[in-house]
Ligand binder design. Structure first.
Ligand SMILES: O=C(O)CCC(=O)C(=O)O
Ligand SMILES: [Fe+2]
Length: 302
């Protein structure tokens, strides 16, 4: 179903229902704009369960880093990254047919796998902003040869302008990969070029309700502002790529494992039926102590 959102610039979004599939319209929207919004991909109970699974996960908190906003000591975002879905509730979300099949159809190159996933916590009043970047800007440095990859950004909390929702530049994926450099704790796309692109292409504020998902191309330029609100803004981001695009080992740090591993899809019902709320089993967290160089790519600071 096509709907106009009424926020920011005009764009097309879709409503998830049982039996949803990637139609020609969904595909052409994604190809044209570089992103697509799927409302209610997770239902209210699923997203509540996902949020609870993270809230009570001590291992996750142990593997969470603080990424300071450039030039500020007050504002930061907390991030945690792991390489494989695992067997708990978040793992079932990563492996669920509904999440994966949409990604597979959008990537349109056969079998896909999860490259990594990430929890981004922007706490109330102190959540820091993100610099303009493309995810492929830094995945490139990790040996990914093609930008045939996407991120599924699922809102755990409501995401809106006031709490630092994502902003994307429509159609910017067609600009190709920009140079990125380290600015403070973060990677940033060439600012002059981003400025020129902003003169030509519109920015979309991606306001989401809990359970809504944004699928976006790895070359889409995106940023997000501070969370100055009274409410936290948590989001779960899953990155997928093609089996045939598994990173080149020579450029890849040997202690990492973002190489192809079968995804083992599960039915959507597995999310609610999962008996394991949270577990580190099989996940392989990135941590600053083990993965110093990589954490730099992830803009991570101890
Ligand atoms: O959560 C956000 O606001 C942005 C996260 C992001 O772009 C990233 O982790 O690459
Ligand atoms: Fe990003």
């Amino acid at each position: 179903m096509l709907m106009s959102s009424g926020i920011g610039t005009e764009f097309i979004e879709f409503q998830y229902k049982d039996g949803f599939s990637v139609t020609k319209e969904v595909k052409s929207d994604y190809n044209e704009n570089g992103f697509v919004i799927i409302r209610n991909l997770l239902d209210k109970d699923e997203v509540k369960l996902l949020g609870e699974s993270f809230l009570h996960d001590e291992k996750l908190q142990e593997n969470t880093w603080n990424q300071k906003e450039h030039g500020s000591s007050e504002f930061s975002a907390s991030i945690s990254v792991w390489n494989h879905p695992g067997e708990d509730v978040s793992g079932m979300v990563c492996r669920s047919e509904k999440v994966v099949n949409i990604a597979e159809d959008l990537l349109d190159g056969g079998e896909i796998y999860m490259h990594h996933c990430k929890l981004v916590q922007k706490q109330a009043k102190t959540g820091g902003q993100w610099n303009w970047h493309q995810d492929y800007g830094y995945w490139y440095q990790n040996g990914l040869l093609w930008p045939d990859a996407l991120t599924v950004f699922i809102a755990i909390d409501k995401c809106e302008k006031g709490n630092g929702c994502l902003q994307v530049i429509k159609r910017s994926h067609k600009c190709g990969r920009l140079d990125h450099k380290q600015v403070g704790d973060q990677q940033q796309a060439d600012t002059e070029r981003v400025g020129w692109i902003l003169e030509k292409l519109p920015v979309q504020f991606v306001e989401l309700e809990p359970g809504d998902a944004l699928y976006f191309h790895s070359n889409i330029l995106h940023t997000s502002g501070r969370n100055l609100s009274e409410n936290r803004r948590w989001a779960f981001l899953m990155a997928y790529t093609l089996k045939s695009n598994s990173p080149v080992s020579k450029t890849y740090e040997s202690h990492l494992n973002m190489h192809y591993t079968p995804l083992n899809k599960v039915p959507n019902t597995a999310i609610k039926e999962c008996k394991i709320l949270s577990s580190e089993k099989g996940k392989d967290y990135l941590s600053p102590s083990k993965n110093i160089a990589t954490c730099k790519h992830y803009d991570v600071q101890n």
